[in-house]
Ligand binder design. Structure first.
Ligand SMILES: NC(=O)C1=CN([C@@H]2O[C@H](COP(=O)(O)OP(=O)(O)OC[C@H]3O[C@@H](n4cnc5c(N)ncnc54)[C@H](O)[C@@H]3O)[C@@H](O)[C@H]2O)C=CC1
Ligand SMILES: CC(C)=CCC[C@@H](C)[C@H]1CC[C@H]2C3=C(CC[C@]12C)[C@@]1(C)CCC(=O)C[C@@H]1CC3
Length: 369
């Protein structure tokens, strides 16, 4: 019988390595002396020593070519939550992840680290210091979350010491940092349209925002601690900054840092959530005709108006996790990394004019892409 030669434990692949988190992860892995192969549907950068493989993770043959001499795989690919395309989420996050597992097993990969999401337990109601044993959301708010739940289950169930295939899921929350295509750009876009004048709810809700380097640190620690006799096998781990902050204070600090005004007028949470739900249903009905993308989706409103912060005690205990960049330093670095999103000086608008325009915008403007 032919014996399989084990690839070095420092040979790894990052599926989704062209993305925001993926690229930060690749850069850190290279710094730490790993040899890295990136697998992604698109290539967006080049790093010396990193090999790029363009392909769809639903294509097992394409994956096998990359995974054949790799012992460790990070899977951080997903369609953007903003696309709200149920079929695509199922195809990539659930079916595609099954394909990733099969390809890993066939290629002899020993460890798979999944980027899941703390949102897998979020149903739109308060979560305070949530632990990993909270049940999965029975009624997930959006299709993205629905498929992240299935994806995490599939990966954790595949963990098998007998098959020499170990898995772990990292659940970050609200990742931010340089090059993020989502949080800061959407926030600035919303502010530029005059829609960021309102605080949803009383503004006291605490939330986790996690700096990308801390998320990367959690992934690498997980990879290095995942062994057959370790408690990590088949488990999920919250990775946060461990400094919950009021959602609206975080938004205000980023906005002010970039030269925009902080939101200050309050709107009742249930009113905004109801309107967001109604708008979402209308967009679904109209979808065969036009693709409308409302800024305030039910998920975003729920995230903006409720407490949702998580304990990372399990990661501290099992893998020695501690955030490496504190929140205030992380916000300062992030703001400094977006000079192109700074506010350009515009003619002065009176406070009452600004209020009327913004109030109208929030509820009436629907963007047709
Ligand atoms: N951004 C956030 O706040 C959070 C993100 N996550 C998770 O972290 C992971 C990374 O997210 P981001 O870096 O923010 O997203 P991103 O959109 O920047 O990166 C995702 C990458 O996946 C690639 N991809 C998508 N479909 C693919 C396919 N079929 N085959 C191969 N590659 C494919 C994309 O091209 C992209 O490069 C995702 O799994 C996401 O669910 C979890 C919690 C919070
Ligand atoms: C209310 C509003 C329009 C605020 C602008 C910022 C939002 C776009 C972000 C605030 C919290 C973010 C967040 C995610 C996406 C961007 C935000 C809604 C995720 C849904 C991304 C994917 C996940 O797995 C969970 C994230 C939670 C926080």
């Amino acid at each position: 019988m032919a014996t399989r030669i084990r690839p070095s434990s420092k040979r790894c692949a990052v599926i989704g390595g062209s993305g925001f988190l993926g690229r930060h992860l690749v850069e850190r892995l290279v710094e730490k002396g790993y040899s890295v192969a990136v697998f992604d549907i698109s290539q967006r950068y080049q790093v010396p020593g990193v090999t790029f493989h363009q392909g769809d993770l639903c294509d097992k043959q394409a994956l096998l070519k990359v995974l054949k001499d790799v012992s460790l795989v990070f899977h951080c690919a997903s369609p953007s939550p903003a696309c709200d395309d149920r079929q695509l989420f199922w195809k990539v996050n659930v079916e595609g992840t099954r394909t990733v597992i099969q390809a890993c097993q066939e290629a002899g990969v020993q460890k798979l680290i999944l980027t899941s999401s703390a949102s897998v337990v979020f149903e739109g109601t308060d979560i305070k210091n949530g632990k990993e044993d909270l049940p999965y959301a029975k009624r997930p708010i959006d299709y993205y979350t629905e498929t992240k739940i299935h994806q995490e289950k599939v990966v954790l169930e595949a963990c098998s010491k007998e098959k020499d295939f170990l898995t772990v899921a990292i659940r970050p929350h609200g990742i931010f940092g340089p090059r993020d295509p989502q949080l800061v750009p959407i926030l600035v876009d919303t502010a530029r349209k005059g829609k960021m004048k309102f605080i949803i709810g009383d503004g006291t809700n605490l939330v986790d925002f996690t700096y990308v380097e801390n998320v990367v640190h959690g992934h690498i620690l997980a990879a290095e601690h995942l062994k057959a006799d370790s408690p990590l096998c088949g488990k999920a781990y919250h990775i946060t900054n461990d400094e919950p902050i009021r959602f609206w204070d975080f938004m205000s600090q980023v906005l002010i840092g970039l030269g925009y005004d902080a939101p200050r007028y309050h709107l009742p949470y249930s009113l905004v959530y109801g309107i967001a739900m109604l708008l979402w249903m209308i967009t679904c009905l109209l979808r065969p005709l036009v693709n409308i993308k409302p800024t305030f989706t039910p998920m975003r409103v729920a995230l903006a108006g409720t407490h949702h912060y998580y304990s990372c005690w399990r990661a501290k205990q099992d893998m020695g996790y501690q955030p490496v960049v504190k929140l205030q330093e992380a916000i300062a670095r992030t703001v400094a990394s977006y000079p192109h999103l700074r506010k350009e000086e515009l003619p002065f608008l009176g406070q009452s004019e600004a209020f009327c325009i913004s109030f109208g915008c929030v509820f009436s403007e629907i963007r047709v892409d």
